[in-house]
Unconditional design. Sequence first.
Length: 378
Amino acid sequence: MKTTFPLDKPFSVLIPDGESFFALPVVQCLGQIENVRIYVLSNNRTAAIRFSRYTTKYFIYPAGEGDAGRLAAMLRIVKEKKIDIVLTIDEPTIRFLSENGGELLKYTLLAPYPKAETFDNVVDKWKFANWLKAHNIPYPTTILYQTGPVFDEELLSIKFPALIKPARGNGGIGIMFFDDSESLKEYCQSHIQSGEYIVQSFVEGYDLGCSILSKEGVILATTMQKRSVNTPLTFSPFTNIDFLFDRDINELIENIIKELNWSGVAHFDLRYDEVEKQVKVLEINARFWQSVPGSFYAGVNFPYLATLVGLNRELPPLNFQPIHYVNPKTAVKLLAQKYIYRKSEIQEFGGSKLEMHLKDPLPLIMTRLIQWYKRIVG
């Protein structure tokens, strides 16, 4: 088993879940560091990350081989390529590593990841709501949808409007908004299974987020963000956001991470309750997140820092800067207004995924071509 990695030596990274939607932004951030060789394993032959200029070599294992096939492929690659560290991206593989990391540790190092039991308690929204309640942490009133009279009684505790959410899920997928209990019950009875969804009071306010990297309950790096335009019924990930620092949020998240004894990356979805005047915790995404490039432009390269922690290297001083971060479409619009239409009063921004697309255009080009081809051939 390897221990401390020399500070001045280039290193190699294996990303074992290249099929993840979040893999490309992670690789593009990691690729900004010189002398890092990035190897990728995936069960998808046409994943965008395969075409990235930062991908040193792309390996494929058949999806039908499942976890056993993934582990066998990972072991083969770390031995053949003498991989220095494995960096997992998404929740399924992080959970897989929490049980099978011991096999890999015989041959390589691993970026930090949580214990399996801790992971399971936070990614399940119902279990996490109960954990928040037990630790007196502010969160929206939450109940589990179950068929029967008990649910009708518990629903009386929910203040409407309210949301239903899959107990396991992310990206805003499956979230529904309801103004009253009758329409919610009618929908639940005809569309969802008992025990698979939660019902949660809607918090009047605005969205916040906090991204962290920690080891054994100690936060090593963090960025915080606020959705620039408050769209109450938008449950998708942030795109146009303001990076900021808030002491109250920082203290809240530090306490949670300490109580969980969390290791690895995570992204917290939060909401400021304008009625009760406090921040409430909605959920944890126990993985990398879509706005990783935003954190990078704000001065915190989470993928790089995670590898340094796993390599037992000293972390460089963080240089966080509050910035306005926009999606590529908004960046193009703002740049056109400034340089083509010569408008002086436009909103400035400090970073955009557009810059990474321009430096590394092939993943986007090939993804569009593959989508076009699939539509043509049916």
